[in-house]
Design a protein around this ligand. Structure first.
Ligand SMILES: Cc1cc2nc3c(=O)[nH]c(=O)nc-3n(C[C@H](O)[C@H](O)[C@H](O)COP(=O)(O)OP(=O)(O)OC[C@H]3O[C@@H](n4cnc5c(N)ncnc54)[C@H](O)[C@@H]3O)c2cc1C
Ligand code: SF4
Length: 479
């Protein structure tokens, strides 16, 4: 398998003197990296032409003031750059790492449009905030007043945490409920550590906790506590539960051992990264080491699975997708990264069934793109007579996620959902059909992005504060 830049990056860490502790080696490495990154960041930031038509800003879901913080970075005024950057983004260092910038800010940079290569906005955003953490510029949460009203937030992903941060800074009492044992949602258990290092997320969780946000982890709403109990305990409730029901595959052999869900595979890998004991990883069930891996799907989750398999030491890694490269939903940048790492893409191929007692292969049918369907996308059609078997010891299904049926799981029939099962929430206020209950992130949008969840969470916090203020004023007037 081709040795890639990312793996060489890891080798540099390994090449540090062996006698020093891991923390010290990491610090040394970070220092070297920062020095280099600082030079690069200033050099890159200076490439911004300050074009005056900031499409980058328009296409950033948070409308970050990118041209201003680029100019300040180019001038070496990082503290001011940080102040501007954090004013619109709760987790800039996270977005800088994992936003699909090629589809958002960077893809719309006029320098990119004129064929000269984009300003690397995401890396600079990451660099500014990483520096802010190192220099102690990141403000702790210290509300100037304590308010009596409390808000219950269900889900500790980026949507819930962005809202928690804003509400707590204004002095509201905030409790975040999550069924996982760690806060962060897909930022901790979905997105792999090589894209988003976990200490970056956990230090944000710690900042919230130290600022007075209460976390009730290992608390599955609907099982350990009812939705109605949460409503009674708080003045407002925010639902930010994400989407977790994996789309499945049919066909003969679909239930064979060795065929696993992407979310299980990635969660296991992330838990191992945290140092947790994961029996399914130890047993090999959720471990790609030494295996011929076939990942089915063409989205970003599939890219994470192929790249994680490479890092686990898979014998070979293939990605099966029923459309072609131009029509795949995942980021082209991620496809290029995967290819560089030796992943083979098998375009225009779809699974029809599976071979073996434990899986030994994917029975594959070749496809071609036919006429556009109702959505305007060319529909894949089977080419008869060209079936073959793709050999595999581990098959990972990465076909996307759907929402769980919350109204029935939570016994709350008044909570209206769309025909896709996502929660119906007002576009501006984020309020649902149940008064005082708001919803944000993937559970409203369907599988989306961290940056959109952050924006939703911030907007919901604004609405909740306006609503609670209005209620407080009405109570005062009535006295
Ligand atoms: C593998 C993978 C890779 C991704 N990579 C990227 C990427 O590179 N860049 C990007 O921008 N986006 C990426 N995404 C998408 C991104 O992670 C999501 O859009 C984002 O996390 C959604 O945020 P959220 O707050 O709505 O939900 P989530 O992050 O899903 O958090 C929801 C939280 O709610 C909790 N919860 C759910 N139900 C209950 C319940 N009943 N009781 C208590 N708690 C509950 C869950 O445990 C979870 O912690 C990726 C997604 C996946 C699956
Ligand atoms: S938040 Fe995302 S889209 Fe916005 S500037 Fe940062 S990397 Fe670009």
């Amino acid at each position: 398998m081709a040795k890639n830049r990312m793996l060489q990056f890891v080798d540099v860490q390994r090449a540090m003197p062996p006698k020093r502790g891991a923390e010290e080696r990491r610090a040394d490495f970070d220092e070297i990296y920062r020095e280099y990154a600082g030079e690069k960041a200033a050099e890159q930031a200076a490439r911004c032409s300050q074009c005056g038509v900031p499409y980058c800003q328009t296409h950033c879901p948070l409308h970050n003031n990118i041209p201003d913080w680029l100019r300040l970075t180019a001038e070496g005024r990082l503290r001011e750059a940080y102040d501007i950057s954090q004013a619109t983004n709760t987790f800039p260092e996270i977005c800088g790492r994992i936003c699909p910038q090629d589809r958002l800010c960077e893809g719309n940079c006029v320098i990119e449009q004129s064929g000269h290569g984009t300003v690397t906005i995401g890396s600079i955003e990451k660099y500014i905030t990483d520096t802010a953490w190192d220099e102690g510029w990141v403000q702790p949460i210290m509300p100037t007043v304590e308010r009596e009203e409390s808000v219950g937030i269900i889900g500790a992903g980026p949507g819930g945490l962005a809202a928690a941060d804003m509400l707590r800074r204004q002095g509201y009492q905030v409790t975040v409920y999550d069924r996982y044992d760690r806060a962060g949602g897909l930022m901790v258990y979905g997105i792999p550590g090589f894209k988003l290092e976990k200490h970056i997320v956990t230090r944000r969780n710690q900042q919230l906790e130290e600022g007075g946000v209460t976390f009730r982890l290992n608390c599955n709403v609907g099982e350990d506590i009812t939705f109605q109990e949460i409503r009674e305990a708080h003045d407002a409730v925010l639902i930010a539960t994400g989407v977790y029901k994996s789309r499945d595959l049919g066909g003969p052999g679909a239930g064979l051992p060795g065929i696993v869900r992407a979310i299980d595979f990635l969660t296991a890998s992330n838990r191992v990264g945290f140092g947790d004991a994961v029996p399914e990883f130890e047993s090999g069930e959720l471990n790609a080491e030494g295996k011929r891996v076939v990942v089915i799907g063409g989205g970003d989750t599939a890219m994470d699975c192929v790249r994680t398999s490479v890092r686990q030491g898979a014998k070979s890694v293939k990605c099966l997708y029923r459309r072609d490269r131009a029509n795949m939903p995942g980021s082209q940048r991620e496809v290029e990264n995967a290819e560089e790492e030796g992943v083979e893409f098998v375009w225009l191929s779809a699974p029809k069934g599976f071979a073996g007692d434990n899986v030994t292969g994917v029975k594959t049918q070749k496809m071609r793109l036919g006429a556009p369907d109702a959505t305007g996308r060319q529909a894949p059609e089977v080419i008869e007579g060209e079936d073959y078997t793709e050999e595999a010891d581990l098959v990972i299904k990465a076909l996307g996620f759907e929402p769980e049926a919350l109204p029935s799981l939570w016994n709350e029939p008044g909570l209206e959902v769309t025909r896709w099962g996502t929660i119906k929430a007002d576009f501006l206020t984020k309020e649902t059909s149940v008064p005082g209950v708001y919803a944000v992130g993937d559970i409203v949008r369907g599988a989306s992005l961290v940056v959109w969840a952050i924006r939703d969470g911030r907007e919901a916090a604004e609405s909740i504060m306006a609503d609670l203020n209005a209620r407080a004023s009405a109570d005062l007037a009535a006295e």
